[in-house]
Structures are given as structure tokens and as C-alpha cells.
Design a protein. Structure first.
Length: 469
């Protein structure tokens, strides 16, 4: 027997519920995606059946949210569909979730949802859309609109403000003016939402292909101020050299007007010097490609976050000395505030601190370059370097050079087994202390540079260093 696809299983769930006398329809995001000719990530079914009735009809179920009338139906392999009883929400008191739900009709279920594009139903047996909220018209008009009163809808669940920016970007929609006004008015209240849920929305925004548009909306809708205020000083700050035909540089701390974004072709011609820092960051995000990791995309967003705090100037340009080190500290504070995982935070910190280091790869000592190229995050660093260079109107020759070395050098070349260890120092009678690290680092550097090849060479180097004090 052939295993059904996820879509076929979702059709079968509707069929079985209907044959048992219940109303059943696909609901929410899967309907939107089908209308946009996209493959839904999952299928949700809305039904008149109560959870206990759903469990009697299907052999394998999981009660994932029965307080909210939701049951997960398990199919062959890893197939699953969530079936939710038509419901209306009770009062929202905390701006995050309703106090409870009550059984209702399909129409009432649609009217409680967030945006019109997510408020439609679809009957897969009769191949028809049931639209009580105008979602089809809004999709045709490329509009993201809250269902009903925008302030009421946003006030129920403040995370909907983040979802609005994400979905408007992902589906290339314009946020309807009243909905946008409600978000701007209520944006400071986003902090009632847990840091983890906010970080999860940022994660979804940044790994999506439309991440630059999402971040522009994130700022324009007023969400950056309460969530990532560190981004705002980048707006209007010139990115290094002024345009030859542009106005004189304003003094540091006084923002310049943001020029319009340049096309990628203009950047390739080296015309990026007129971008302000925020437009530059958005272009770097865009140039990351289709599916960057979250640490890479978040590091790209934050790679120049230290510049406003380190800005100086010469007669003809702004300078940002040590901005990468300041940026690393700021990135660490941001990740801790958003409660990202330790692994994500450490990778983001590393990428922000090293984001321009490989530009000098050809002049770098072999030992230093090998240490960088052996790092687990090297391919993310190369992607960030390339995007940063292209967004600034420069070439990516240094990235190409490093990629060539990665093909030529083996793992043993990049990260050979140590020639000398702390145990060897003990056997030589060296007293434990800070000197251990200095000696072992010196041996490792010489090994990677190729000036020593054997344990005997290493011991001779340690003897010489000790004799020199």
C-alpha cells in the first residue's frame, strides 16, 4: 500500500470527519499557502467535532492542547494533522493568550483569527474556499489586514505585531494603514511577550529569503525600539566615505539623511559608498542568499552594530576603530536578552568579531589564517565576508582565496595533532602557571607556520624560549 502524502492525509482526515457527520475544513495558513501555490508546511483542520469525538474516530491521536480544543492526529510515518474544534476565544488579559476558549461556529472561528489571509477555510472535498473575512481580496491586492478592529486584534496577542512584519515581508504584502497604525501605537507593549517567543519570530524572519524587507518593516512599524534598540543609531550614519557628489559630512552624532537603497547592480559597480549604515546592513542581509543559518543572519544584522559607538572622523571620512570588538560585546548582550541558546550566542559573537578579519587573508600569518579556516563556523564567516564586501561595492577576492585554500589544505593541514602538551612541559620540570599557555601557544603557532615539524623540534623551541626568559 502506498504511503499518502501530507496533503492526501489531510484530505483523508476531513473525509473521515465528514463521513461521521461532522463539519470539517482546512483552516489558516495552509489555505493561504494553497491559494498562493505554495507548499504548506503543515495542514490544520477546523471541525465541529469535539476532541473526544476526534479521538474516537482516529486510532492514533495526541492531546496537544485539549484545553484549547486541539487534538493532533497521527498518520503513517511522521504524518500528522492538528484538528481543532471551531472555537471563540475568551478574554485576553495579558496580551499573550486567551483565558480560555468556547465551542462556536466556523464563522465565529474565522472572526477570532489574526489576519484576513489566515482567516479562510478550504473544503478539499468540494474544492472551494470559505471566506468570511475578505482574505482572498487581500491576497489579490497584496494586503495584510487585521480581522475586525486592528487595535483589538493586536491587543489580544502582542506577538501578532511581529507576525505582521514577518508575513508582510514573506508574502510581499503591504500592511494595511489602520493595521500599521495600530502596530505603531502598541509597539512598546511587545515586551509583555516572552523573550523566547520574540526570538523565535526574529529567527523566522531572518532565515527567510525576504529577511531584509522584514527588518525594514521591523524598524518602520516601531518594533525595533523596544526589541532591538541598538539598530536605530545605524539609521542615517554614513557608511565610511561620502559620495563624491553628496553633501559634506555632518559631525559624528548628527545623523545624515538616508539615501535611497541602491540596486545590487549598482553595488557591483562600486557605487555603495553613499549608503547609510542601516541600508548597508539591509543589503548584507539580502546578499546572504536563500537559506542562511540563524546565527549567520543575526550576525549579519549585528555585524556593524558597534560602529555608532566607535564613530570618529578624519577630514574626509568617518572611522570606526575597534567596532568589531564593541559589536561582539553588544551582540552578546542582545543574545542574552533574547535568551538564544549558548551555541547560537557564541557563534554570533564570533562572526561579529571576525566579520572583516579575512579581508587581510593574503597578508595574514599562516598560523593565524589556519586557525580561522579550521573554525567550525568558517563557511558562515566566508558568507558574511562576501555579502559585506559586495554590499560595500568591493570585490570578494579574499573570500575566493580562502575557499581555494580550504580545497587545497586538508584537515590535518589546518588542525594537526599538537606536537607538544602540558604533560610534556611537566616532564621538563616547568612549574604550572600562565607560562604554560604562552609556551604552548608559541609551539602551536610555529607548528601551523611550518617552522617545526616534530616533537623534538617543539622541545627545542621550548628550551630556547625558556632560556630566553
Amino acid at each position: 500500500m502506498t504511503t499518502p502524502t501530507e496533503r492526501e492525509f489531510a484530505v483523508e482526515v476531513v473525509r473521515r470527519l465528514r463521513e461521521a457527520g461532522h463539519e470539517a475544513l482546512w483552516a489558516g495558513g495552509c489555505v493561504r499557502d494553497e491559494l498562493l501555490s505554495l507548499a504548506p508546511k503543515d495542514y490544520d483542520v477546523a471541525t465541529s467535532a469535539l476532541p473526544e469525538q476526534v479521538r474516537r474516530l482516529f486510532r492514533r491521536t495526541v492531546g496537544v492542547g485539549e484545553a484549547f480544543l486541539v487534538v493532533e492526529i497521527l498518520g503513517p510515518r511522521s504524518l500528522k494533522v492538528q484538528a481543532a474544534t471551531f472555537r471563540s476565544d475568551l478574554e485576553y488579559r495579558d496580551g499573550r493568550r486567551p483565558e480560555g476558549v468556547v465551542v462556536s461556529t466556523a464563522r465565529e472561528d474565522a472572526l477570532r483569527r489574526d489576519f484576513t489571509i489566515n482567516g479562510m477555510f478550504f473544503d478539499p472535498l468540494e474544492n472551494r474556499v470559505i471566506d468570511c473575512v475578505g482574505g482572498q481580496d487581500d491576497l489579490r491586492n497584496h494586503m495584510l489586514r487585521a480581522i475586525g478592529d486592528p487595535e483589538k486584534r493586536i491587543g489580544e496577542d502582542k506577538l501578532r505585531m511581529m507576525r505582521a512584519a514577518r508575513m508582510a515581508a514573506r508574502f510581499e504584502l503591504t500592511v494595511e494603514p489602520a493595521t500599521a497604525a495600530a502596530i505603531r501605537k502598541m509597539a512598546p507593549q511587545i515586551t509583555v511577550v516572552s523573550a523566547e517567543r520574540i526570538a523565535d519570530e526574529l529567527r523566522k524572519m531572518l532565515v527567510d529569503r525576504h529577511r531584509a524587507r522584514a527588518m525594514r518593516l521591523f524598524v518602520d512599524l516601531g518594533l525595533a525600539a523596544p526589541v532591538l534598540p541598538e539598530l536605530l543609531p545605524m539609521i542615517g550614519l554614513p557608511q565610511g566615505l561620502p559620495r563624491p557628489d553628496g553633501p559634506a559630512l555632518p559631525p559624528p552624532g548628527r545623523p545624515a539623511l538616508s539615501p535611497p537603497p541602491l540596486s545590487p547592480e549598482a553595488g557591483e559597480r562600486g557605487e555603495g559608498s553613499g549608503l547609510d549604515l542601516w541600508e548597508h546592513v539591509l543589503r548584507v542581509l539580502d546578499l546572504l542568499g536563500e537559506e542562511p543559518s540563524f546565527p549567520l543572519a543575526f550576525a549579519a544584522l549585528l555585524h556593524d552594530v558597534g560602529k555608532p559607538r566607535t564613530v570618529g572622523r578624519t577630514p574626509d571620512r568617518y572611522t570606526f576603530y575597534c567596532h568589531e570588538h564593541v559589536g561582539r560585546r553588544m551582540a552578546s548582550e542582545i543574545c542574552l536578552r533574547l535568551k538564544t541558546s549558548n551555541e547560537e550566542r557564541e557563534r554570533i559573537e564570533w562572526l561579529v568579531e571576525k566579520h572583516q578579519m579575512l579581508a587581510d587573508a593574503r597578508q595574514m600569518k599562516t598560523s593565524k589564517l589556519k586557525t580561522l579556516l579550521a573554525h567550525p563556523g568558517i563557511h558562515e564567516l566566508l558568507a558574511l565576508h562576501r555579502a559585506d564586501a559586495l554590499a560595500s561595492g568591493r570585490g570578494d577576492e579574499h573570500v575566493v582565496y580562502c575557499e581555494q585554500l580550504l580545497r587545497e589544505w586538508s584537515e590535518a593541514d589546518l588542525n594537526p595533532a599538537p606536537l607538544f602538551t602540558g604533560h610534556d612541559l611537566q616532564r621538563m620540570g616547568v612549574e604550572p602557571g600562565p607560562i604554560y599557555k604562552r609556551l604552548l601557544d608559541a609551539v602551536r603557532e610555529a607548528q601551523l607556520d611550518g617552522t617545526i615539524q616534530t616533537a623534538q623540534d617543539a622541545k627545542a623551541l621550548v628550551d630556547r624560549l625558556l632560556s630566553e626568559g
